[in-house]
Design a binder for this molecule. Structure first.
Ligand code: SAM
Length: 251
């Protein structure tokens, strides 16, 4: 039977087998925490928010060069501090009134930086929502790194669900995919219309964001030039903006 496989097919099956085997090793929270601390480096100092410490995948980490099939999880979005999230977190830290005493929901929270910024600004209640369960563990570890109680972490997809009691929704670098952008647009419209929720979006000028209909409903609040190292890691991006969702029916 093996003879009927092409070398490419064989190599693909082998990679899938290795990946499945690697995944099976990380069932408990404890083993995932250990993996994160062994395979990330405490960074963030070269970001727009040097005061927030984060465990990130850097060039000093094994998996910067390692065979990708040995990575035991989905793509590690939570191990990167995205330029949209950096601008959003910077804006919150500079404008603590946005969060003070509020209930804040960070959707697509990744490493948890914006949720952590909201906590540092005195939010009454913070929810970090990311469909990647490993992101929840990374967020807990990053909160501890900043001597904070972790936010409530939710891994279910909340987009399209009814949310109540949330004053502020944060979206850092969530407009990287056309279909996701469209579902966010519909959902945010509903949140704002039904509950009057305030919505802040951080984006570094991604094509899917710039060309989307939602852009016509947003008002720019602030623009930051990205630090040199962030520009190098995100080829072609030079600045990142924070936008306020401000639909026509508010005018
Ligand atoms: C580009 S990263 C941004 C992470 C973080 N906000 C930042 O700026 O550093 C996008 C994140 O959105 C998460 N995500 C994608 N679709 C989602 C959904 N429907 N609900 C919640 N999170 C989602 C991904 O798992 C990923 O962690």
């Amino acid at each position: 039977m093996l003879g009927r496989f092409s070398p490419q097919r064989y190599s693909q099956c082998f990679k899938t087998f290795v990946k499945t085997f690697e995944q099976a090793r990380f069932k408990s929270n404890e083993s995932i925490r250990r993996f994160i601390s062994e395979n990330t480096e405490t960074g963030g100092q070269l970001s727009l928010t040097p005061e927030v410490k984060l465990r990130l995948l850097t060039s000093n980490c094994r998996f910067w060069r390692e065979r990708p099939e040995l990575w035991p999880f989905d793509d590690p979005y939570w191990a990167i501090y995205w330029p949209g999230g950096q601008a959003l977190s910077r804006y919150l830290l500079d404008n603590p009134d946005e969060c003070q005493g509020k209930t804040v929901l960070d959707v697509g929270s990744g490493c948890g930086a914006s949720a952590i910024a909201a906590k540092l600004c005195g939010a009454a209640h913070v929810i970090a929502n990311d469909i990647d369960e490993v992101a929840a563990i990374a967020t807990q570890m990053n909160s501890e790194l900043n001597s904070l109680e972790p936010p409530v972490c939710v891994s279910e997809n909340m987009i399209a669900s009814q949310i109540q009691g949330v004053d502020l929704i944060l979206l850092g670098d969530m407009f990287y995919d056309e279909a996701l952008a469209t579902s966010l647009h519909t959902w945010l419209d509903n949140c704002v219309r039904t509950h009057g929720t305030r919505v802040l979006i951080g984006d570094p000028g991604r094509a899917q964001f710039q060309s989307h209909d939602i852009r016509g409903l947003l008002r720019p609040l602030v623009q930051y030039e990205l630090p040199e190292s962030v520009k190098e890691e995100n080829y072609g991006l030079t600045c990142s903006r924070v936008w306020l969702y401000h639909p026509q029916f508010f005018k």
